[in-house]
Design a protein around this ligand. Structure first.
Ligand SMILES: Nc1ncnc2c1ncn2[C@@H]1O[C@H](COP(=O)(O)OP(=O)(O)OP(=O)(O)O)[C@@H](O)[C@H]1O
Length: 292
């Protein structure tokens, strides 16, 4: 097992004159559950598609599990589930397994069959006749039967109702616990990822905004809250990520908070949703090439 699941160096992808992702350098340890977060158009799918070999980088380097991404390479050790759950709707479930077996050298039929039996999903049913939640479970069973070391899911629960969402998330957590593989999943909704993920990547306008172990990120940041007139003075001694002025109080998100020597100011821990929202609303002006 390699220690690093994903390593990128100045990775970028351009569509015509516009960059979908630019200058992305990160290193993610193996065995983590990684939440890839950002608003519409942030570059999440662009990054994921490069990881699974569907898009070529325009510039930079990309290694998965210690190997550069390319045909007949590390991709055999990587499974991908896209937003449509990567299934042929006219195939019977059994046919999906046959296709999986023929296309993957690392295929383990028993993993798929057992998972589907546990969820009462009949093998002779057409994929298109299953519910959305069942289709998601078939996609996960097929992906896990390829015995991946890295499992990448592009918004796996976006199209599901709340119950199917919960079932898919539980199935993912159980699969992660059983196999120990690294999981990367994208979402717009931070609260959806909070219970599942222990590592975070935040993208916006094709730029990497924040990356790290979630507990460490939460420990490194604090909210300082106090009266507006003294805000400049307090902010001057801190590494301020984001500042919000209301009528009578200022909230500062700071990194590595230094002691605040001011009785009217209080220091609070930040939750993940606030942390991400404040990084996303940091003053940032996209360059002309990164906007449509
Ligand atoms: N095939 C394409 N041709 C031109 N521009 C593209 C193409 N695919 C993506 N883009 C642009 O690249 C940027 C990043 O898109 P991407 O799909 O990676 O974002 P995303 O974070 O996955 O968004 P969403 O959450 O809406 O799926 C966007 O501005 C998008 O318009």
């Amino acid at each position: 097992m390699t220690e690093t699941a994903i390593a990128t160096k100045k990775l970028g992808r351009r569509y015509g004159r516009k960059w979908g992702l630019k200058d992305c350098s990160l290193r993610i340890p193996a065995g983590r559950v990684v939440g890839l977060v950002g608003p519409n158009g942030a570059g999440k799918s662009t990054l994921m598609n490069m990881m699974v070999g569907l898009l070529r980088p325009t510039e930079g380097e990309l290694e998965l599990l210690g190997e550069p991404v390319g045909p007949n390479s590390v991709l055999e050790r990587v499974a991908y589930i896209d937003q449509e759950h990567s299934l042929y709707r006219n195939f019977k479930v059994r046919d999906m397994l046959t296709a999986g077996r023929m296309l993957n050298t690392r295929w383990d039929q028993q993993i798929a069959v057992e998972r589907l039996r546990e969820r009462n999903i009949p093998l002779d049913r057409k994929v298109g006749e299953l519910s959305g939640g069942q289709r998601a479970q078939v996609a996960l069973a097929v992906a896990l039967a390829t015995t991946p070391e890295l499992l990448i899911l592009d918004e796996p629960v976006a199209s599901l109702d709340p119950l199917a969402r919960k079932e898919m998330m539980s199935a993912l957590m159980a699969a992660k616990a059983e196999t120990g593989c690294t999981v990367v999943l994208s979402s717009h909704v931070v609260s959806e990822l909070e219970r599942l993920c222990d590592y975070l990547v935040v993208l916006d306008y094709g730029q990497l905004r924040l990356v790290g172990d979630i507990d460490e990120l939460l420990d490194q940041h604090r909210l300082l809250i106090g009266p507006v007139p003294t805000a400049d003075q307090v902010a001057a001694g801190q590494d301020v990520v984001h500042r919000e002025d209301d009528v009578d109080r200022t909230t500062l998100l700071v990194r590595g908070a230094r002691p605040v020597d001011h009785p009217q100011w209080r220091v609070e821990r930040v939750n993940l949703e606030t942390l991400v929202m404040q990084y996303l609303s940091m003053a940032y002006r996209p360059t002309p090439e990164t906007v449509a």
